[in-house]
Design a protein around this ligand. Sequence first.
Ligand SMILES: [Ca+2]
Ligand SMILES: [Ca+2]
Ligand SMILES: [Ca+2]
Ligand SMILES: [Ca+2]
Length: 301
Amino acid sequence: MRGHGGRTALCMAMALMFIAPLSPAQEKQMDGIPYPALDGGNDTQYWAVIIATGSETRDATDVNDLRTTLIGHGWKEGNIKLLIEEEATKEEILTTPFEWLNESGADADDIILFFFSMHGEQMEDQQPLDEPDGMDEYLIPYDYDRESGNNSMMDDELSVAFDGLRSRNIVIIFETCHSGGMIDGTEDLGKGGRVVLMSCAADESSGPLFIKKRWLFPYYLIKGMKGDADANGDGWVSAEESFYYAEIPTILRSSLLSLIFLLHPFVRLRPQHPQIYDGWPSQENSGAQLKLVNLSWRKVL
Ligand SMILES: [Ca+2]
Ligand SMILES: [Ca+2]
Ligand SMILES: [Ca+2]
Ligand SMILES: [Ca+2]
């Protein structure tokens, strides 16, 4: 399960030093990238917010992998915001990325990807009372106080923050325990114009990929984004395709690990079952896929 790591961002900073900055020529080239303009115009922009705290080594690897994968497929470096380790306080998470997106002009036809990698837990449903199972889910930011419970970040609170965005094309990825419950309440995150990818069911924990010091679900999700997940062969990896690519290996590997550790005196692992909420383009008609990664654009970083 998700253990608590150290709290410095040094490791992350060192990892990011190995990402080559884009040359002006590369930046210019990207302006011409044939990404789809969903409103029929040509001003669709792609934005990403990557938030990770609570497990320094795995966070650094996952975050670096996701960031370089997006940049390597044409996403602009300046359109990706990171909140890592001690930067990922409750107030920061709930305000900074959302203000940044709105002030930067992210609008209805833009595509926004959020990635949360944190500890997650459940508590008795708090106001607004919205949960069929009586339990709200909450995330654990850097400044969470375990004794008092201060600074727990409720699914209801996150939902309000997301409602402030103008984009109708939002992908939210949760690598957190109990993440399946981020969409189970009436005030939660499952709304039209969004695809939510969750690492496990509401009553499950989310586990690691031991051999690579990664989190299991994001490892396969990002691996798929690099090309393997393009199931329909259209040269794009959609949010939906990356999920279905990652789903089965995540179930199988977590099941295998749970057997291996069955008799371990301390470590308890259970199979995890990733969940998808598909409300794109609308809740009523979610047949189309939300394209994220253009495989025709590859750049070695
Ligand atoms: Ca609630
Ligand atoms: Ca809720
Ligand atoms: Ca919930
Ligand atoms: Ca595809």
